[in-house]
Design a protein. Structure first.
Length: 164
């Protein structure tokens, strides 16, 4: 059984968001939206590569606790953050993977297993972009974000207004 629809995004850490966005725009990619930290600094920016496939750029702020780089041990030149897959039903996918022994968790910085007795727990979890979200980690420690797109998600709203 294939649980995912497609690779949704690849996340990279960047040292200068403005320069990075400008670079990807020069390649013909399109900035979709940015999300800010509570203190007003840009936290992440979505760049559309193809229809429903993105780059997610995370600005590195070593002094801010919401910087994913602070939660995971990376080497100095390691800018890979995570990859994300899109699934049609996050609850059924999580249950199926858990039955296979995969530890489905809330987030890299909150790695407790999600109780999957009913779907309200996992459907109560969504990311800053408003998609349902959970995480798994591969044997080498690479994080995989699992998302089910909600109708009001930033990506869905953008795609409807800006077809590829």
């Amino acid at each position: 059984m294939r649980e995912f629809n497609k690779l949704f995004h690849l996340a990279l850490h960047v040292t200068d968001m403005e320069k990075s966005v400008e670079f990807y725009e020069k390649l013909g990619f399109e900035k979709v939206f940015s999300l800010d930290l509570p203190d007003g600094r840009v936290w992440l920016t979505y760049i559309r590569v193809t229809e429903l496939q993105y780059l997610e750029l995370f600005q590195i702020y070593p002094d801010h606790p919401m910087t994913p780089r602070d939660h995971i041990s990376h080497g100095e030149n390691d800018f890979f953050a995570h990859l994300s897959v899109l699934v049609p039903d996050i609850y059924e996918t999580a249950k199926h993977w858990a039955a296979k022994g995969v530890n489905v968790v809330y987030a890299p910085f909150k790695p407790e297993a999600i109780p999957l007795e009913d779907d309200s727990v996992i459907r109560g979890r969504y990311g800053a972009d408003k998609n349902y979200i959970c995480w798994v980690v591969d044997p080498d420690g690479n994080w995989i974000e699992v998302m089910e797109e909600r109708e009001d998600s930033w990506q869905k709203v953008f795609e409807e207004k800006n077809p590829f």
